[in-house]
Design a protein around this ligand. Structure first.
Ligand SMILES: [Zn+2]
Length: 308
């Protein structure tokens, strides 16, 4: 049984909830050309993992054809899909690039992690999808089976090995991560990674291993990081996280003890915080710790627990 309070946080989960139709079955060359030629077609721009944003943090866009002659990196135009406004493509561009009669500079490209929380949810979701896809293309230019060059296909949602002896198709991968709020009575356990901003604490998390369920990953990660036995792991909600392509799977689990031993190789610190303290931090009445940013699922896991 899955009881999924997906609306237990404010609005849409950051980086999710775009109204994109990815047009899975309309990605042959003729269909892609028709989408690109559509009068409403627009292109958004990325550069080395950053996204072109206007001063109001809306996505800078132009007509895809306006980029003819620009220096475009592999994979060329990526067809993100269509939304209520029309077809959307994404381009990974080199500088300088001129759009709408304006030459963009490096400062027009920004890090979603820094500004995502101030973007509209739809723009953030589009930019996150583009960022993840470009990262995958950049790191998969060669066939992992035979080592020959691979080429983008179907508007950038897959690659195919160019060797006639191979022709293996490769698809973007998503990496599942268990991220869990550990609860004991009216306290929850938060940890911090090495090098994090001073005072910041967040949920424990770790990648799901091959041969392991999400629930097993949750129990194992807590044991590894703080030597604590937890039980009754429960899935709550998930979030796409585009650094580079994680699926953060938010969970809650329970401990019968607050005795922890921190593995300093894994994390820098972990502490128990009372619900009153966490509530005070969220109400900006306390600086007991620096809470996770609103663009992170951990922020919403804590809000879920506060409201539970
Ligand atoms: Zn190959």
């Amino acid at each position: 049984m899955i009881d999924t309070p997906v609306k237990s946080f404010d609005g849409l989960m950051p980086f999710a909830g775009s109204d994109l139709n990815v047009r899975e079955h309309e990605r042959d060359l003729a269909a892609l050309k028709a989408f690109m030629d559509a009068p409403q077609a627009r292109a958004v721009l990325c550069h080395k993992g950053l996204v072109a944003l206007a001063p109001d943090l809306s996505l800078i866009s132009c007509k895809p054809k306006d980029l003819i002659g620009a220096n475009i990196f592999d994979p060329g135009p990526v067809f993100l899909g269509t939304d209520a406004r029309g077809p959307i493509f994404a381009f990974s561009v080199d500088m300088p690039v001129t759009v709408n009669n304006t030459t963009l500079s490096a400062s027009d490209f920004q890090d979603l992690r820094m500004v995502g929380g101030r973007m509209t949810p739809l723009d953030m979701a589009l930019a996150g999808r583009a960022r993840s896809l470009f990262d995958w293309h950049y790191n998969h230019r060669f066939c992992s089976k035979c080592g020959q060059i691979s080429q983008p296909r179907d508007g950038g949602v897959k690659r195919r090995c160019a060797s006639a002896n191979c022709e293996t198709e490769h698809f973007p991968r998503v990496n599942p991560v268990a991220i869990m709020l550990v609860v004991n009575g009216d306290h929850c356990l938060l940890g911090r990674g090495h090098g994090w901003p001073e005072g910041m604490y967040s949920s424990l998390a770790g990648f799901v291993s091959p041969g392991e369920s999400l629930e097993e990953a949750c129990i194992r990660e807590v044991k590894e990081e703080v030597n604590l036995d937890v039980h009754s792991p429960r899935y709550l909600f998930s979030q796409p996280w585009p650094w580079p392509s994680q699926l953060m799977m938010g969970m809650i689990c329970y401990a019968d003890s607050r005795d922890i031993t921190i593995d300093k190789n894994e994390i820098d610190d972990a502490r128990w915080f009372s619900k009153d303290t966490v509530q005070a931090v969220y109400d900006k009445q306390s600086d007991a710790f620096l809470r996770p940013a609103r663009i992170a699922i951990a922020h919403h896991l804590l809000k879920f627990w506060l409201a539970e």
